[in-house]
Design a protein around this ligand. Structure first.
Ligand code: DGJ
Length: 386
């Protein structure tokens, strides 16, 4: 009996070691319910994942059953294996009893992302904020900070970024053209002249004083520790990539515009072998549309658009979802997971998650639909993956 117990322990140890090395993975089922440690569908929409000291933290919008307005706040889940998630509760709460707060209950908090600042030892959260009762008009960014990855995060302030600043790569000639743009001439939208004026920066000029609009967003920390805030600006017509200060708590004022007038939302940025990649969506509200892919040799561009990176059924509508994040797996330069949301505007808390591996063909990323897969996928030889 004693021997039996000893062999049993050895076997259990071996199995566990196998699991750690990649032999024993739970399946990920894109689009299906994903239950947390309490048996409840994970409520972390428009989210992103931070890996910190051996643990993954998944942050996202807590969605209620009947409204996408923020009635609760931003949730946090933790995991050691990316499949089993422990509900860590609310990382940042809405202000429950203060209707004057930027984050008053009933505001809109979307697409939260958290990064860790090595210098300050703080966890920094940015998210898209719309003020209570104002629909999507405010188009602001908000920043919160915490000493612990699970929170509580403390809301610091909200703003429209880069007030008073023009894109740093705008030439003197382009600035001169901007000076001549007269908003009164372009009251009618979508005309060829209006499009050309947008490309030249009509809305950058309009919002110069109060700061640039900022809606769907992403954070990206580069290898040198510099962090960037990527967001849909200019009435969702143009993406901005803006540098954050060393403590990640404010913008430095240095930014570029990407794909002016291209109507991109939901930016998800990653870097492989020195090349920057960004997956985005078009702008169709909660309805899915075709994903876009961009690449650049530097964070500051030039950004080039490539064909739709999605492959397989419903690839023309991002498998029914919208990008939210690309997670680079720790310790690997070539393993990335594409994350997207399948929105359910009539029942927001029932929105689903798409997680799929990012694969590469001749160096270009693509995402192929799979009903089910597991993290062992990354250990299998490429031929078996094809
Ligand atoms: C699409 C955005 O990507 C979402 O985050 C949300 O803002 C919806 N639009 C609202 O319609």
């Amino acid at each position: 009996m004693k021997h039996f117990f000893f062999y049993y322990l050895c076997l259990a140890f071996l199995l566990q070691a196998c699991g750690v090395r990649g032999g024993n993975h739970e399946p990920i089922r894109p689009g299906k319910l994903w239950l947390d440690d309490r048996g409840v569908h994970i409520n972390a929409h428009g989210g992103g994942v931070l890996y910190h000291k051996g643990t993954y933290y998944w942050y996202g919008e807590y969605k209620s059953d009947s409204t996408s307005k923020a009635l609760v706040g931003i949730t946090c889940y933790s995991s050691s294996n990316l499949t089993d998630w422990k509900n860590e509760g609310i990382a940042l709460s809405v202000a429950d009893n203060d209707t004057t707060s930027d984050i008053a209950k009933g505001c809109i908090m979307e697409r939260p992302k958290v990064i860790y600042n090595e210098r300050t030892g703080k966890f920094v959260m940015w998210f898209h904020l719309e003020l209570r009762g104002r629909g999507y008009a405010a188009a602001r960014s908000a920043v919160a900070v915490s000493d612990s990855p699970t929170g509580p995060f403390r809301h610091l302030r909200s703003m429209r970024p880069d007030a008073g600043q023009l894109p740093f790569d705008m030439t003197a000639e382009e600035r001169a053209v901007l000076d001549t743009l007269d908003a009164a001439k372009y009251a009618r939208w979508w005309t060829p002249e209006w499009r050309e004026a947008i490309r030249k920066g009509l809305f950058v000029k309009r919002d110069l004083e109060g700061g640039q609009m900022a809606r769907d967003m992403q954070l990206f920390v580069d290898d040198d520790g510099k962090a960037y805030h990527i967001f849909s600006s200019e009435d969702n017509l143009t993406l901005h990539i803006a540098e954050l200060s060393d403590d990640y708590l404010s913008h430095t004022g240095k930014y570029v515009r990407v794909a002016p007038g291209g109507h991109n939302e939901a930016p998800a940025l990653f870097k492989k072998d020195g090349v920057y990649w960004m997956i985005t969506s078009g702008c169709t509200g909660w309805d899915p549309n075709e994903a876009r892919l961009f690449s650049a040799p530097s964070i500051w561009g030039p950004w080039t658009q490539l064909p739709n990176p999605c492959v397989g059924p419903k690839s023309e509508i991002t498998f029914g979802g919208q990008s939210t994040f690309v997670l680079r797996l720790p310790g690997a330069d070539d393993r990335f997971i594409f994350m997207a949301d399948i929105w359910r505007p009539k029942h927001p808390s029932d929105a689903r998650y798409i997680w799929l591996p990012v694969r590469f063909k001749e160096g270009v990323p693509y995402v192929e639909w799979m009903d089910q897969w597991d993290l062992g996928f990354f250990d299998r030889p490429i031929v078996e993956q094809e």
